[in-house]
Design a protein around this ligand. Structure first.
Ligand code: HEC
Length: 99
């Protein structure tokens, strides 16, 4: 049991190291269906063009969808998309989209 816990802690440690070098391109893949390969499309014809929001704007939007402080009429769609992402992943995605 104790050994299992140590292995678990080690895995979590590795996980956060991986997150620090989080791959924005890989994380963005599931977003591209709606937002376009470069973030150049209005998702479902409704969203802003996200590549034009800038890094800070994208981070504000994604964190806001998560905690309910941001969004338009279709924010429910993005709540589901942003909920599983941690801060490091959100930042990696933002840098990738806005580049
Ligand atoms: C099922 C389609 C869909 C997917 C998949 C999706 N989005 Fe969205 N996204 C939308 C819609 C629709 C909106 C506009 C929501 C609203 O009314 O606020 C939006 C809004 C946004 C915004 C803010 C733009 C604005 O209009 O203010 C950002 C940033 C964003 N999405 C990023 C992402 C990222 C990053 C992912 C992947 C983790 C993702 N989206 C996945 C449909 C999608």
């Amino acid at each position: 049991m104790k050994k299992g816990l140590i292995v678990l802690v080690a895995l979590i440690g590795l996980g956060s190291a991986a997150v620090a070098a989080e791959d924005g391109a890989a994380l963005y893949k599931k977003c591209a269906t709606c937002h376009g390969a470069q973030g150049e499309k209005a998702a479902l014809g409704k969203s802003k063009i996200i590549k034009d929001l800038g890094v800070a704007g994208i981070i504000t939007a994604l964190k806001g969808y998560k905690d309910g402080t941001y969004g338009g009429p279709m924010k429910g769609v993005m709540k589901g998309q942003s909920a599983p992402l941690n801060d490091a992943q959100i930042e990696a995605i933002a840098v990738y989209i806005a580049k």
